[in-house]
Design a protein around this ligand. Structure first.
Ligand SMILES: [Zn+2]
Length: 244
């Protein structure tokens, strides 16, 4: 239903305006999701259910959070002494940004290179303009699959993390080996081969783990095999890369 409303709106209203007013559009749809069956960990609101997108993802009717973002809040909260932790977040979704500000971390810095998200900085992940050993936690979700020099980026993440610092990483994953081919540069080619017009590869969990380890990280693979219906979490894998 949400996507239907959005589709109709798209035909009637310019894209830029929809993006600007998406919260309001979702607010209207949210009225039909009143209830207490499910709760969003990002905005802390409850609903009869989440909005089910065509790809199966469950969207929060209020803040628009995705399952991975709702789980990420819990992953961050299990890290100890958050009030003294310094966090760097690449490409931060809006609701998440607001929630983390409420958590009163030592310092929460957001960055976005492409101008897609509101952020404090515009850091190039291939050459991060920060001194060494700065951050306790880095969040790098759905970023590395866009980066051609990903090994350089991983080295940079390692460099700006403090000793024992943690980087939470996620990308889309496939089985087998990493699939990449830098001769494919067109948007249609990338969509066809890598699943999205601006992706340059598809990682496998093992392949990405290996690249992280080659740069010095110790990697825990967090396998979440069961969905969590009440919070709308999905099956997913998150790599927890620790600087030792
Ligand atoms: Zn929410």
């Amino acid at each position: 239903m949400y996507e239907k409303v959005k589709k109709i709106a798209k035909q009637l209203i310019p894209h830029r305006l929809i993006k600007k007013h998406e919260d309001k559009l979702r607010g209207l749809v949210a009225l039909s999701y009143k209830g207490n069956n499910v709760t969003c960990t990002v905005c802390d609101n409850s609903f009869s259910k989440f909005i089910k997108l065509e790809n199966g993802d469950l969207l929060c009717p209020n803040c628009g959070s995705l399952p991975r973002t709702r789980r990420l809040i819990e992953l961050i909260e299990v890290e100890n002494n958050l009030e003294i932790k310094k966090v760097l977040h690449f490409s931060p979704p809006k609701g998440f940004r607001e929630k983390l500000r409420k958590l009163e971390l030592g310092s929460y810095i957001t960055t976005d290179y492409e101008g897609e998200f509101d952020a404090d900085k515009r850091l190039n992940i291939e050459a991060i303009e920060e001194t060494d050993n700065q951050y306790d936690i880095i969040i790098c979700y759905h970023v590395l699959e866009h980066i051609i020099k990903d090994e350089q980026a991983i080295g940079e993440l390692y460099r700006v993390l403090k000793q024992e610092g943690v980087c939470f990483i996620q990308t889309p994953f496939k089985d087998g080996d990493i699939y990449e081919d830098y001769s494919i540069t067109s948007r249609t080619g990338r969509l066809e081969h890598f699943g999205q017009e601006d992706h340059v590869r598809v990682y496998s969990v093992e392949g990405l783990k290996k690249r992280l380890e080659q740069k010095g990280f110790v990697v825990e693979v967090l396998n979440f095999n069961e969905p969590e219906n009440k919070k709308g979490f999905a099956r997913e894998v998150v790599l927890k890369a620790i600087k030792k």
